[in-house]
Structures are given as C-alpha cells and as structure tokens.
Design a protein around this ligand. Sequence first.
Ligand code: NAD
Ligand code: ZN
Length: 261
Amino acid sequence: MRAGGSGPVREAARILDGRRNAVALTGAGISVESGIPSFRGTQGMWTKYDPMEYATLHAFMRSPRKVWEMLSEMISVCGGAAPNAAHKGLAALEEMGVVRAVITQNVDGLHQAAGSRRVIEYHGNLDELICVHCWKRYPTRDRWTPGGVPLCDCGEVLKPNVVLFGESIPWLPQEQAEEEARACGVLLVIGTSAQVSPACDIPRIAKESGAAVIEINPEETSLSGNVTDIHLRGSASDAIRLLLKELSPGDEAPPSAPSGH
Ligand code: NAD
Ligand code: ZN
C-alpha cells in the first residue's frame, strides 16, 4: 500500500465487519497482477490494439477477421492467466460471509477460478461464442484455435459472447447487478476506472441506496472524492490482503480459495 497507511484500511475493515453484506464491483485492474493488461494504461496489447477500433460491435460487424486478431490474443492471455491474491481474497471474504456477490466487468473467468460463487458477469465471458446471424452458440474451445477465426455451421464468423462497445448489457446481469447495488451495505469498487457505461452507474446506485463505497485503486478515478467514502490507494492484492488481516487478525496465512470449488 502507498498513501493512506493503516487508518483507512482499519476503518474499511470496521465497516465491512459491521455491515457484513458487501458487494464487490471489479474491473480490469484486479486482473493486472494476473498478467492481463487493463484497457487504460500504457502496457501490453492495448498499445497495439486501440479498444475503440477493435472492441466495438461496429468494428466486428464490418471486419470480424481483423477484430479476431485482437480477440485471439485476449483469449490466449486470459486462458493462460491464474487468479491472484485479490481474486482469492474476495472468494475468502465470500466464504467468511462478508462479501455477498461480485459484479465483474471482466470477461476472464478468474473470480470463478478463485472460488467466488456468486459472480455476475456484467460483460459476459470469453468461454462462449455466438453467431450474430443465426444466434447459435458454441463453447469457445470447440470452435477456436489460437490465431484462427471460428466459424458457425452457417458459415458466419462467430463472436465471443461478451459485450463489445456499442452493445447493450443483457437484461439478466443488468437487473441482478442493480438489485445487488440497491441492497448492499458496502460496495467495494476494485480496479475499475469507472468510465465504461452503464457499469459506472453501479457505485452511484449503491451510494444513493445507503451503501458505503470503498474504492481500491492505485490511481484517482472519477469516483474518488465524491462517490467514494474510503479510497485504499494501492494494488488490489495488497489492499485485500490488508483487509483480510484486519478482519481475521489471528490468521497470517495468505488467502486461499475455499475448498470444493
Ligand atoms: P480500465 O482499463 O478502464 O481501468 C483499470 C483500472 O484499474 C484503472 O483505474 C487502474 O488505475 C486500475 N488498476 C491498475 N492496476 C491495478 C491493480 N494492480 N489493482 C487495482 N487497480 C488497478 O478497466 P475497466 O474500468 O474495467 O474498463 C475496461 C473494460 O474492458 C471493462 O469492461 C473490462 O472488463 C474490459 N477489460 C477486461 C479485461 C479482463 O477481463 N481482465 C481486461 C481488459 C479490459
Ligand atoms: Zn450461424
């Protein structure tokens, strides 16, 4: 942890422990320590592929084969990644009854791999492909090979079942996320720049419904200083490790995934 020291961590842990029904909203930043680059930042694949050029529905409909250059790299990077201490720590907090659900904007499946059970995938995931022409769905592993362009039985290029820029959120995760935001006592906002709409509305919805908003991010965001009540300025894994230590002071072991999942 950098700025903030232990005071804000202690205060955040006290609120989490007192209210016990926290929901986490996560973004690309929580998976950076697993080796998956975020959109905003200067590293990795997004210097090669401008998300606004490659990650839009319009771009996919116009030239799906070009967009698959980026998608292939994304699937390879995510497929080779493992959950980090932050994903595992959130799963441990769910097991402890502190966190009730995770709303994630990520498409990498790492929360489930870490053992989180109640995960709302707001932007879908990379495990499934869908045909934009006939709507047939396939598991990604059945149709995609590294570097290849997966095709539907009807001959069309398949699209991963993720929400590209320009697409709307499927109604079920949208409803579930808003319901969790309205019902939670604490919203942990972790590793998101809160610039992608409508996910960026979730913190405001939670706040207006009476939740405390705890932000974990090494940087300032549009939420910091107005929607955010406590900002833990550090990496997701450091901050969650410190929170877990405050919440279970006798347990010095690093967080591990709950068994059986
Ligand atoms: P973003 O790229 O806009 O912002 C990432 C945020 O994470 C930044 O505010 C940054 O300061 C913060 N961050 C960086 N390193 C961190 C760390 N170690 N710990 C905590 N925070 C850290 O991401 P977004 O707001 O999620 O929006 C991008 C969109 O693209 C989302 O839909 C996102 O899910 C998607 N995307 C997903 C993945 C993935 O599935 N892993 C990767 C890239 C982009
Ligand atoms: Zn088809």
